[in-house]
Design a protein around this ligand. Sequence first.
Ligand code: ADP
Ligand code: MG
Ligand code: MG
Length: 906
Amino acid sequence: MEEKRVYTFGNGKAEGRADMRNLLGGKGANLAEMNLIGVPVPPGFTITTEVCNEYFEKGKADVVSLLKDDVEKSVRHIENLMGLRFGDAKNPLLVSVRSGARASMPGMMDTILNLGLNDEVVVGLARKTDNERFAYDSYRRFVQMYGDVVLGMKPVNKDDIDPFEAIIEQVKAKRGIVLDNEMNVDELKKLVALFKAAIKERTGEVFPENPIDQLWGAICAVFDSWMNERAILYRKMEGIPQEWGTAVTVMAMVFGNMGDTSATGVCFSRDAATGENRFNGEYLVNAQGEDVVAGIRTPQQITKEGSLRWARQQGISEEIRAAKFPSMEEAMPDIYKQLDALQDKLEKHYHDMQDMEFTVQEGKLWFLQTRNGKRTGTAMVKIAIDLLHEGEIDEKTAIERCEPNKLDELLHPVFDKEALANAKVLTRGLPASPGAACGQIVFFADDAAKWHDAGHKVVMVRLETSPEDLAGMSAAEGILTARGGMTSHAAVVARGMGKCCVSGAGAIMVDYKTRTVEIDGVVLHEGDYISLNGTTGEVYNDQVTTRPATVSGDFAELMKLCDKYTRMVVRTNADTPHDAEVAKNFGAIGIGLCRTEHMFFENDKIKAMREMILAEDRKGREVALAKLLPLQEKDFYGILKCMDGMPVNIRLLDPPLHEFVPHDLKGQEAMAQEMGKSLDFIQKRVASLAEVNPMLGLRGCRLGITYPEITAMQTKAILGAALRLKKEGLDPRPEIMVPLVGTDKELKSQQAVIKAAAKELFDEKGMSIDFKLGTMIEIPRAALTADRIAKHADYFSFGTNDLTQMTFGYSRDDAARFLPTYLDNKILEVDPFQVLDQTGVGQLVDMGVKKGRSTNPMLKCGICGEHGGEPSSVKFCHRTGLDYVSCSPFRVPIARLAAAQAAVEE
Ligand code: ADP
Ligand code: MG
Ligand code: MG
């Protein structure tokens, strides 16, 4: 059978369905679905995402000829349903040409509206609608969009002026008017002529008068936009593969700009910022699509409740609100009722919060888009739990609805209540995306990225944002805009990113030239501190103190659900009682990796440590180790106490000794004095410790085998601390882990040292304690011989940082030199140090588990690399049969959710 490339919809029928989003894109699939469930949608058709791939393989000409018949037939389909004809001056059909990928990419691709107009059709449209102004306003918008999008006249560089905007400014200046809608019909006509001339001048091409030519130009432009810079950047940030492609939807235009009974708007079935179950949105009377999102006119609220709230935030009196900014509920009550019923119907149909676009043409309501709405992390959790309580979804679905990485937002600091009460409120805007942000002001996206890279926290302040600002927004702590509503670009994108955003703060005056912003008489410069409260819309002078987040309410409920379904448990990597405490509050049930070396860097300890390393012989080392023992014991006491009743896995000394000794003259002199040796002696000892490949040198268990007294001291410190706690009636559960094992003999030899030291200590103290002894699997040979190694181990912990380094043969410290090139050239899809390489390194993990358990069925297995907090890697660990993952404290809830999802998906 011939491949089907085009799917039509309209009048309650459709060839597509919601579950065909891979083929029709989200927009196309949902337009089809809305037809099927009785939501009014203008008729149209969708060209599949597969055609997009064909387009980039075969080229424009081939694809146009492949599509020609289908597209022409489908245009007839729209004509018949609308009773209009494409290109007919008496009764013209106009269409929009829209893009739509599998995953929504808001504002990323360009849409062309009012297509089908030309010099002849515009006259007919004016006559038919008896509205010359509307006809020419539509026409000039179309010519501009066509020039910008199809003919590539949109400036690439944001600081360059759009040539069409420049013409508009000239025309307005001539008569001294300010607003676009003050232009009269003659001026609109003049714009069309000037626009066409500009197109000819800039591109050498004549604006196509033939609607069919316009249509093909637009369809190809949508495909081309899949490869534009911002689309590529967005895909990179969101991890969307290029092969997915975009679909193209062509549909009949409906007009929200035909007068006061027409309108256009955007609405959400729940609050995308907080997750509250309240219908909300914005609309504009007598306006066309983009006007609401572009942030040029101030949109009005859809519900009365929302309108009252908005007026309060903006400090607008009820009198002015009711007169100038009434809600749709008040101004168009009948339409509002229909809209409210349909939004409810759509949410119930999709069982999720919907983000919808609609247009009212002369009193008739049309839906133009619906999708599962983007939302903040807070809203994500609240909506999932609420839908669960409402019986819309079950527990497993609630778990699956939440994106692990988005929980990150809920783990960040919030403003300290007291500090907030004392903060000076400079102004208020709209609470566009919640959270607390504090940083130095920058005005441009480039600067935001640069300052961020240099280690600054920045807040980006702008009149409004556009897709060009994406990278800057991502680098900033928060975003403040002067214009734009709750559905402006800044607001929508910030919510998607989980960035704090205050939008539409009308009282701020941004001056890009002097790089200043004036707020209520206070002038702030680039680099000055400012704080934003995205939850209330408040803007504060200076820095406001924040405090750590806690797991409570809906978040706690979600975590409880996770615990119900998960098989793996989550531990944390922590070296201090403070980190352990943080992780415990986030639900860690043990420590998966406690690195002892970090403890050596504090004052007293580093001195004793250096003395031990620089000592000439065993006797010298033992003197130094005797000083270290009580200090280490104190550290372990703190951590074991904090994690009472939970396993604490402590790794013996791992890094090359060279990392601990002083490399500067001052430090070496101090060391010489401390030890009563000559400077020359110290320098020679330091030099003798240098290695060509320290990562492959004297480190890990090789240290403990070379200097068994170090292992003995650490064992006594760990178990000594545990004995003290036991005496105090607590329940310490220490685990001692030997790093960097490559052969079973290494582990066996360290095991003997550890057991002997333990026995000595137990005899001395007259009491004993149970402890576990395990090893890291981080050298490929250890995975290959795991059956032998497991005979001497209670547990394995896969150290996937080193395992990745040694399996790939990439130095962790030097990989930055080539990894970016590898990623750009698709030699690697992702950084294997961030996302576990399941194909290669994963095989070693799998083998390690299987072989290990083949000789030791009781063997416990876990992972302690950076990967332990990365959702896709966590899911892999589940499938591989690990007992736990361990990650940094702030990733614990993320890992818990990912682990539960893995269990649910099974
Ligand atoms: P985006 O993905 O950037 O939202 P859309 O394709 O949704 O782009 O379209 C941009 C704007 O144009 C939206 O406000 C949409 O509602 C409006 N629009 C698209 N098609 C039509 C149409 N046929 N009639 C009226 N407005 C439309
Ligand atoms: Mg849209
Ligand atoms: Mg290691």
